[in-house]
Design a protein around this ligand. Structure first.
Ligand code: HEM
Length: 372
């Protein structure tokens, strides 16, 4: 069956094998009422339980004299592996809802990082996020549209992003997909089958200062534009040195097949490292980062052309889950932002951080219910 259970200890959409399509939105809460906000979250949870079973949020033909309860475009489609994952941004923990004392230390605002010069405020931040993933684009978009509708009067969409062609495999059962640079992406990712990695690097455990986050995770979202036209004029061997991997096979430059372990110490006869010092996998890998890993779950995007230059606005909508961004995303991106060979070909244009609470347990529960 293509139904992924909605209720559970952890939210689905993190360790779930990555689906083909993404619809993502950040929301801002416009109502000052903590009660209205909770009612909205409860309504969203009830709607999510329906949609993840492939059902409408309510009848389409309920009453000719009122708008249909469900918008209808997913009627007749299957659940398509739909997962709906909700997170809370740092701004939610300001004075508005009395939550300042509940803000986890790990939800510290991301510091200004090298390479942040092109970030656009209109594509960054947000009080809440909703990540809808499915194997059908209509099923994924249907979630964002109906959540926005159910939120009317309480929250509004701040920015949104559609994605296609998952750029990370998150299960051993999946073949590794390619990103828009043509390279296999997700080879050394944390996989759903790696229980130790999930425990050590993804799920918040007893180390947290906020018990309500136990079983949750932290999401960093970065919209990363690729300068595709420039990339496409680069020689194959240069492209391979940017990542430290062969383009076709995905093998490390020190290996033969995709899953061979990169040998960071290997040298050419002239003494230069086979995997260059500024190669993406050397700088991002656990060997260089105090054994820290992240679970990447990003998607490719294309948003037409950049009207200023006529070039494609396309790239990677990077999504990464982790236990503590202060130990994981921030140091890794600090290293990448300073040294990565990839920087010549990418621009970070959006950034957001969210605390993703544990799963919704059953009907009547909602995300962060214990916060209030
Ligand atoms: C690995 C592409 C941005 C973290 C890789 C690989 C590719 C890739 C092709 C090798 C295959 C694999 O193991 O998955 C890209 C592209 C990016 C990008 C095209 C931007 C457009 C980032 C960012 C981070 C990151 C912003 C984190 C701050 C990692 C990590 C690995 C990796 C942790 C695994 C390294 C290893 O253990 O060998 N990336 N990446 N990447 N990337 Fe990226």
């Amino acid at each position: 069956s293509d139904i992924v259970p909605f209720y559970g200890a952890n939210q689905a959409g993190i360790a779930t094998p990555a689906q083909d399509r993404l619809a993502f939105a950040a929301f801002d809460v416009t109502s000052g009422s903590a009660q209205a906000f909770q009612v909205m979250l409860g309504t969203w949870a009830a709607a999510a339980a329906q949609m993840t079973k492939g059902l409408p949020v309510g009848a389409v033909d309920n009453n000719p004299q009122s708008p249909p309860i469900d918008t209808g475009e997913a009627d007749g489609l299957s659940a398509a592996g739909l997962t709906i994952t909700v997170g809370f941004g740092p701004s939610l923990f300001d004075h508005r809802f009395g939550l300042a004392g509940k803000r986890p230390a790990a939800l510290a605002d991301l510091p200004t990082l090298p390479g942040d010069g092109s970030l656009q405020p209109a594509r960054s931040g947000g009080d809440l996020c909703v990540q809808a993933c499915a194997d059908d684009p209509t099923v994924a978009f249907h979630v964002i549209r109906n959540f926005a509708r159910l939120a009317r009067g309480t929250a509004v969409i701040r920015w949104s992003q559609l994605g296609f062609g998952r750029t990370s495999s998150t299960s051993d059962s999946q073949q590794t997909e390619r990103n828009l640079m043509g390279f296999k992406d997700g080879t050394r990712n944390i996989k759903a089958e790696a229980a130790d990695d999930l425990r050590d690097h993804v799920w918040v455990g007893s180390e947290t200062d906020q018990a309500w986050m136990t079983g949750g995770s932290y999401l960093v979202a970065r919209r990363i534009r690729m300068l595709i036209e420039s990339w496409d004029t680069d020689y194959l061997s240069d492209q391979e040195n940017v990542f430290g991997r062969f383009k076709t096979s995905g093998a490390p430059l020190t290996g033969k097949s995709e899953f061979d372990t990169p040998d960071l110490a290997a040298k050419h006869t002239d003494g230069t490292p086979v995997i260059p010092l500024n190669a993406h996998i050397r700088l991002a890998g656990p060997e260089t980062n105090n054994n820290q890993k992240i679970l990447r779950r990003g998607y490719s995007y294309t948003d037409g052309i950049d009207s200023a230059t006529g070039l494609l606005d396309a790239g990677l909508f990077f999504l990464a889950y982790q236990k503590d961004p202060r130990r994981q995303f921030v140091p890794i991106q600090t290293r990448l932002g300073h040294q990565d060979n990839l920087n010549e070909y990418i621009r970070h244009t959006g950034s957001a951080l969210f605390a993703v609470p544990p799963g919704v347990s059953a009907a009547g529960d909602w995300w962060g219910k214990s916060l209030f």
